[in-house]
Design a protein around this ligand. Structure first.
Ligand code: HEC
Length: 374
């Protein structure tokens, strides 16, 4: 059976590729977001202090070429050593800001030691002409490996014929781990060919699919609704598609879904409501460049503390928060300085008084001496 042997080989190769990137990649979204938040205002699109920019894949590649970032070696990466300096060190980064917490330092170290995947994974090229101004798509940094997942499911292996149907569409179908019947499916190059009708081929594998990447495909709300049949799915990428709130609504019952990416879609606050009442296992919701209001997203996060709603570092609400914090920090610093000045002034007045007293005393003695001399 040469067909099934070929299939097994395809599985094995695809799995190796995923195994390599997945582990290192887990840190990437958070690490990159942290650098955007804390460093990009000085090392970003608008400003490149010390010729260093950290806001895009190209910029990080340049930093690697310059030796400021050494993938797989945090200790040799100045990006890391600078954030580990003591607060009073002039070279400490973020310059003038709060030092990183131990947790944040570890995140950056792990990310660099894992290969600083943002750099090696993202293929900038023709795909993203606007990359200068916008951060990397979260999709690029996330791969097939589910992070924390609900208890594993027991399913039979998929019918190889059904798998082949998806492969024929240009899909890359891989087992979740060696010998697992669970499948991850993505369309790294053939996304243009995937439309609502094509999804029937994926739905045919419903019990086995745990991770599905439909980014940039031609699917619409009608297709998205079909995905409700993928009851074991834990990760779903729908970014850069025509999907709207109406397409997400039928997915509310997916009770194993941990990760949902809706970056750059027409999603609005309605989807936040869907999530509030559904998707009980959801931990990560990517809504960069959607029409979601900041206050509603915050309400959802308050209602679901284990859920992280990521609006992107350039969302006006997120920017407002960041600037407000910065103003608060500066105000605290100003208050401390004002107090120090007041204290110094009081001290000066006191010292002047003491000096005057000494002068008076010595004048008095001089007078007495003069009187004796007569
Ligand atoms: C308020 C502005 C500001 C912020 C925020 C900031 N930097 Fe810097 N950074 C500078 C300036 C100015 C220099 C050049 C002076 C120096 O080397 O200390 C610099 C230099 C550096 C250098 C040395 C580059 C070289 O090749 O000489 C590194 C690495 C660096 N920053 C990393 C970071 C990281 C990582 C962050 C975020 C955690 C950050 N910076 C945040 C202003 C900033």
């Amino acid at each position: 059976m040469s067909f099934s042997r070929a299939l097994v080989t395809t599985f094995a190769l695809a799995f190796l590729a995923i195994a390599n990137v997945a582990e290192a990649n887990d840190f990437a979204p958070k690490a990159v977001a942290l650098l955007q938040e804390r460093c990009a205002k000085c090392h970003g699109a608008d400003k490149g202090a010390a010729n260093l920019r950290l806001h895009s894949a190209e910029a990080l590649t340049a930093a690697t070429e310059a030796g400021t970032l050494v993938p797989e070696d945090a200790e040799s990466s100045e990006i890391y050593t600078r954030i580990t300096l003591p607060k009073d060190d002039k070279k400490m980064m973020p310059k003038g800001g709060e030092p990183f917490t131990d947790e944040e330092k570890k995140l950056i170290a792990d990310w660099i030691n894992g290969g600083a995947q943002f750099v090696t994974l993202e293929q900038p090229a023709a795909e993203a002409p606007a990359a200068e101004a916008k951060p990397a798509e979260p999709a690029m940094q996330e791969e097939a490996k589910p992070a924390e997942t609900p208890a594993p499911v027991n399913v039979a292996a998929a019918d190889p014929k059904l798998v082949e149907e998806v492969t024929k569409l240009g899909g890359v179908v891989s087992p979740l781990f060696a010998d697992s019947p669970l499948l991850t499916i993505s369309f790294p190059t053939a996304y243009e060919a995937v439309d609502d009708a094509a999804l029937d081929k994926i739905v045919a594998l419903a019990p086995q699919v745990v991770s599905l990447n439909l980014a940039k495909t031609k699917i619409t709300d009608a297709g998205a609704a079909k995905l409700a049949a993928l009851v074991n799915m834990e990760r779903l990428h729908l970014e850069n598609t025509a999907v709207t709130d109406a397409g997400v609504k039928p997915l509310a019952a997916l009770d194993r879904l941990v990760y949902l990416n809706l970056y750059n879609t027409k999603i609005s606050d309605e989807t936040l409501a869907t999530v509030t009442s559904g998707l009980p296992a959801l931990k990560s919701l990517f809504l960069w460049q959607c029409k979601v209001s900041y206050d509603k997203a915050k309400e959802l996060m308050a209602a679901r503390p284990t859920l992280e709603v990521n609006l992107g570092w350039d969302h006006p609400g997120v920017v407002r928060d960041r600037l407000t914090k910065e103003v608060e920090r500066l105000k605290a610093e100003l208050d401390a300085k004002t107090k120090a000045v007041t204290e110094a002034e009081a001290k000066l007045t006191e010292e002047k008084k003491a000096l005057q007293a000494l002068e008076d005393q010595s004048a008095e003695i001089a007078k007495q001496l003069e009187a004796l001399g007569k």
